[in-house]
Design a protein around this ligand. Structure first.
Ligand code: UFG
Length: 326
């Protein structure tokens, strides 16, 4: 049985959809930002808190857990700057409670959702896992702290883990049963698509004076199903005892500017956007693009879906949301 903490959230629920095809799955989620309807019905569900010893005891004593995948975190860079306590409590302290409970029950295989935000403002165009980590906001710090804690747990308690540093997750499940549904929504692609559906008056481009070709920020967008498949490759490797500890970037290796993303959304949807130039958003590095060579070399995983496919899947999902109120 695989425990997926945060399996009702955007990325967790997409992982669960893939994982239930080959494994027994139990989801622990407090539904604070995730949705009950997003959890695949083949998975067991326990409503509870990652930071609650009682809730964790219940899960670990009820189910025979072979490995844990941890998606339950707050992940908004801007919010972390104004409310760091929330990030250190939920992302660090609560995760420590989970790790302690795992050790107590002798569960030693762990997959951790980390982030490109651990790199801060990188000094290189293509970020590899060797690029130095120097986060510039509490969100990135909170994730890097757990990475350090995991290294110490591996050394002291033989914990085996894979850290996956996501770049910009986007897109929706192929059938559009589930997709990105944040409240409030801050991410670029859903904001553009909501605008193109008439739900927002315009799109603000945060900064057009960056040191990039068209002056807007460049990001590496990765389809959420590609992300899910990387977790499954990492899990198989841990369960087969082929990996003891590893850290991998998860991206497409391609950078797209905010303007290019807007253009692609217009092309995919056939609609014209009303674009307004705005000030820079605090904490945004100009360019974040991943080399994912290492995970391809070691686990044979690479991203399969293009930016067009990411946007087309998200578009299908957003259109379905207009008709079905969940
Ligand atoms: N942007 C706009 N207008 C908007 C929204 C976003 O111009 O209305 C820009 C942002 O300034 C940024 C780019 O679009 O340059 C992408 O922004 P997102 O908010 O979609 O994503 P981020 O790159 O800020 O953040 C994502 C994850 C974080 C993670 C980070 C790591 O959401 O959790 O990638 O790079 F930390």
């Amino acid at each position: 049985m695989i425990l997926v903490v945060g399996g009702a959230g955007y990325i967790g629920s997409h992982l669960v959809k893939e994982l239930v095809k080959t494994n027994e799955v139990v989801v622990l989620d407090n539904l604070s930002t995730g949705h009950r309807w997003a959890i695949d019905e083949r998975a067991q569900f326990v409503e509870g808190n990652l930071g609650s010893e009682a809730d964790l005891e219940h899960v670990f004593s009820t189910y025979q857990i072979d490995a844990v995948m941890h998606f339950a975190a707050n992940s908004l860079v801007g919010e972390s700057v104004v409310d760091p306590v929330k990030y250190y409590e939920n992302n660090v302290a609560a995760t420590l409670t989970l790790l302690k409970t795992m050790m107590k029950h002798n569960v030693k295989k762990f997959i951790f959702s980390s982030t490109a935000a651990t790199y801060g403002i990188p000094s290189v165009d293509m970020i590899t896992e060797e690029t130095s980590t120097s986060p510039i906001n509490p969100y990135g710090c909170s994730k890097l702290m757990i990475e350090h804690i995991l290294a110490d747990y591996a050394h002291a308690y033989d914990m085996e883990y894979v850290v996956l540093r996501y770049f910009n997750a986007a897109g929706a499940y192929e059938t559009a049963e589930i997709g990105e549904s944040h409240d409030p929504e801050t991410h670029l692609i859903p904001i553009i698509l909501e605008h193109l559906l008439g739900e927002r008056e315009h799109i603000s481009v945060f900064g057009s004076d960056y040191d990039t070709e068209d002056g807007t920020c460049i990001r590496d967008y990765i389809h959420v199903t590609d992300l899910a498949n990387a977790h499954i490759a990492a899990l198989q490797s841990l369960l087969a005892n082929e990996t003891k500890t590893a850290t991998y970037n998860l991206g497409n290796g391609l950078g797209y500017s905010v303007k290019e993303v807007i253009d692609t959304c217009e092309r995919v949807t056939g609609k014209k956007a009303n674009v307004v130039m705005a000030d820079r958003r605090a904490g945004d590095p100009a360019r974040l693009v991943a080399s994912s060579e290492k995970i391809y070399r070691e686990l044979g995983w690479k991203a399969e879906r293009s930016l067009e496919e990411i946007i087309a899947s998200a578009w299908k999902w957003h259109q379905s949301q207009v008709k079905v109120v969940k």
